[in-house]
Write a protein that binds this ligand. Structure first.
Ligand code: COI
Length: 332
């Protein structure tokens, strides 16, 4: 059995090598190239492909793999929003993801960035760079005084809620389906409007699907408290960026911590030194002292990377051997 793993980084190699050692029945080929229409040719002769989400997996790419009789695709990440699902169904793909590689990695980073927003660290760094070591006027806020509205009660949203409660914050969790344990704990709401109205911080933990596209837009911001802080560690498409910029300009939104952007593949995980971003909304947001942008790094921890590598390779091998895996995503 032969598997090709695309986009393998140096930090993943030790985990890949360990896995290969433990699975001698697999001939594992690794490439640093990302999976796309051109690099797909490298998969010829393989039974399965492992890749992570950095490019869109288009109908053209899936057709090319299909023509090479490859139908087992395992993603080393959780989101499948880069996959042309219609084409995946048409060409008979089985797709797995790694749904729980480390919810704590993302939630802990979300809280880190929320604390940085509350404690205005970007403003202090800017002052420091100018040798201005005064406190005023950058007075901070405390997390224990906030009402944190968490949108999405999946694994990450739940850890985020747990950590924020540990800090003494009031927490509200919205989910489109009721969650009895959260109802029992008195933190559940089935009303987004209520969450918007009550929260001083809103943190997004839902996938990029049709119903969540630009869910934070002008109308949603208008329903929130003035000066609300927004945390997005999920997907850029959840926020309408021009509307966020307008809400920051008016002060309706008091700050934002963004680990994801709508057009992030233009710039994130690339060395853009001395190059223009060609991404005006990024440039606008990035120069603001109350906006913290990080290049989709919330997931990037030892623990998460090890799980992503091992679990995606396990799932691909299982797909090849048995035609199924408990990590198969529903394409319906
Ligand atoms: C995910 O797991 O979906 C992420 O956002 C991480 C990234 C490597 C694609």
């Amino acid at each position: 059995m032969k598997i090709i793993a695309y986009g393998i980084r140096e930090d993943e190699r030790p985990y890949v090598e360990n896995w290969q050692w433990a699975n001698p029945d697999v001939e594992l080929v690794c490439t640093g190239k990302l999976l796309d229409v051109e690099s797909a040719e490298l998969a010829r002769g393989c039974d399965g492909v492992v890749a992570y989400q950095q490019k869109s997996y288009s109908a053209e790419l899936l057709k090319r793999l299909h023509e090479m009789n490859i139908h087992n695709l395992s993603l080393r990440n959780v989101g499948i929003d880069n996959v042309d699902v219609e084409a995946a169904v048409k060409y008979g793909f089985k797709i797995t993801n790694v749904p729980v590689y480390s919810p704590a990695a993302i939630a802990e980073f979300g809280v880190t960035q929320l604390l940085n927003l509350l404690r205005r660290t970007k403003e202090y760094q800017a002052k420091f760079a100018k040798r201005d070591y005064r406190w005023a006027p950058n007075i901070s806020k405390e997390l224990n005084q906030q009402t944190v509205g968490i949108v999405g009660a999946g694994h990450i949203g739940r850890v985020m809620a747990h950590i924020c409660r540990g800090f003494g914050a009031r927490v509200m969790v919205y989910n489109h389906r009721p969650k009895p344990d959260l109802v029992k704990a008195g933190v559940f709401t089935d009303s987004l409007d209520e969450l918007y109205k009550e929260s001083t911080v809103i943190s997004l933990h839902v996938p990029a699907v049709k119903s969540t596209y630009h869910m934070l837009n002008r109308d949603a911001f208008a329903k929130m408290q003035k000066g609300v802080l927004i945390v997005n560690m999920s997907r850029g498409s959840l926020i309408d960026e021009p509307d966020l910029i307008a809400a920051l300009d008016s002060g309706q939104v008091g700050g934002a911590a963004l680990d994801v952007l709508e057009d992030e593949t233009k710039i994130f995980n690339k060395n853009m030194a001395n190059q223009p971003s060609n991404y005006p909304a990024f440039d606008n947001l990035n120069q603001r002292e109350n906006v913290l942008i990080t290049p989709h790094t919330a997931f990037y921890t030892d623990e998460a990377v090890r799980n992503m590598v091992e679990q995606s390779l396990d799932a691909n091998r299982e797909l090849i051997l048995t035609g199924a895996s408990d990590k198969m995503v529903s394409l319906a």
